[in-house]
Design a protein around this ligand. Structure first.
Ligand SMILES: Cc1ncc(COP(=O)(O)O)c(C=O)c1O
Length: 395
């Protein structure tokens, strides 16, 4: 284990650590004390002095969401929009593209289910063609195949960085190089990446990136963020506009704002926004590269130990693997396993395919157990998890 990671601090600042073994961080992580306090403190003020009044008083905390996000992604604060989740962030960008019949979208086998729904909706409406770029032998997007598919029909490259149903990390920066060389807009769903791995939009070469608050960033539920590159903002007219996204000039005229807030709505989860800013500051205080190293290291240890158990099959693909560990067993179905783990104080989740349908179908998978680790998890918890699983499988 990396010696310089202050696990004592991580656990002392996470109230529930000593009560549960939380291996459901790709679902929603445990909030650290500072984030929980920021959220509840904000809500208490709304209760005592009023919602609008709190927004004025807490203006700096609300603005901090944008500056913290900009630091996280290496962009400008006005390239950031606050959203209620990653799906809406992605949607607001994706549905701003105007496709016509014969246009192509290139995406991945690992693509998130909601994104695939949206592609198909636009395909039905406008005749846009959706191409799933094949994977290479390792299970990540095949970069050569992607390059070979580039032609004048391709209007968008849109991929999932880390899928919901496995440990794969797609080579997002390599995809970015191809997109840039071809001058094709590049939309990156890094919902599972934000807070787990360093994300620099310049290195990634993406024009748009979406993320969620509640997963690896350890923010509250119902929060998310959208990054849109400055040059792209004014080219994208959001599918929905209100008087925050656009200024009403007369009974017939409006002007859409020039920053990424054009993708936001006026009414927002303000407490969540302030708390997500705190969560991002908190993540940055750890150094995201150190978070990645620790999470990857823990996950690799878990994979090794799982692989040593007869009848347990680890299903994570790719060259680079993250903190999401997935497996199935010959003996028990996943819902029963989840229940038995819960009875022993262990949280896991059980992806059933909808979030990663294309990948699951291609691999003949129906359902898996997902044990997703964060830096506050420990090797002792992994050992407890393994012993518990062995005990369950012997019953
Ligand atoms: C890859 C990926 N994209 C998008 C989402 C959707 O995120 P949200 O629930 O914040 O909309 C998820 C959620 O699991 C995800 O794993």
């Amino acid at each position: 284990m990396k010696a310089d990671f202050d696990i004592k601090r991580a656990r002392a600042e996470t109230r529930a650590c000593e009560e549960i073994v939380h291996f459901n961080n790709a679902g929603a992580s445990l909030m650290p004390i500072s984030v929980s306090d920021a959220l509840h403190g904000y809500l208490h003020q709304e209760e005592r002095i009023g919602g609008y009044e709190t927004a004025v008083k807490e203006g700096d905390a609300l603005d901090n969401f944008y500056t913290a996000s900009a630091k996280l992604l290496n962009c400008e604060a006005d390239e950031i929009a606050y959203m209620e989740n990653a799906t809406r962030a992605w949607d607001m960008a994706f549905y701003s593209f105007k496709f016509k019949s014969g246009d192509r979208i290139l995406t991945t086998i690992a693509e998130y289910g909601s994104n695939v729904v949206a592609y198909n909706q636009q395909s039905k409406r406008y005749g846009v063609e959706v191409i799933f770029v094949p994977n290479d032998k390792s299970g990540q997007i095949d970069i050569d195949a992607l390059e070979n598919l580039i032609d004048e029909r391709v209007k968008l490259i849109s991929i999932t960085h880390i899928p919901t149903g496995g440990g794969l990390v797609n080579p997002a920066a390599e995809v970015g190089k191809i997109a840039k060389a071809a001058g094709i807009p590049y939309l990156l769903d890094s919902c599972q990446g934000v807070g787990q791995i360093p994300l620099d939009v310049e290195e990634l070469g993406c024009d748009i990136l979406c993320g969620t608050g509640r997963k690896y960033l350890r923010g509250p539920r119902g929060t998310g963020l959208l990054y849109v590159r400055q040059e792209m903002i004014e080219k994208l007219e959001p599918p929905l506009l209100d008087q925050h996204a656009a200024r009403l000039i007369s009974s017939t005229e409006y002007e859409i704002r020039r920053d990424a807030k054009r993708f936001e709505g006026w009414e927002q989860y303000f407490a969540g926004k302030a708390a997500l800013g705190t969560a991002i500051d908190y993540a940055l205080s750890w150094d995201i590269a150190k978070i990645r190293d620790r999470v990857y290291d823990l996950a690799e240890k878990l994979r090794e130990k799982l692989s040593d158990i007869d009848g347990v099959h680890v299903t994570d693909e790719g060259i680079e693997k993250c903190g999401i560990v997935t497996f199935r067993t010959d003996q028990k179905d996943v819902d029963e396993l989840k229940k038995l783990f819960a009875a022993e104080g262990i949280n896991v989740s059980t992806p059933k395919g909808s979030g990663s349908l294309v990948s699951f179908q291609q691999r003949g998978l129906k359902e898996l157990v997902r044990a997703s680790l964060h830096y506050y998890n420990t090797e002792e918890e992994i050992d407890y998890f393994i012993t518990t699983l062995q005990g369950i499988l012997q019953r």
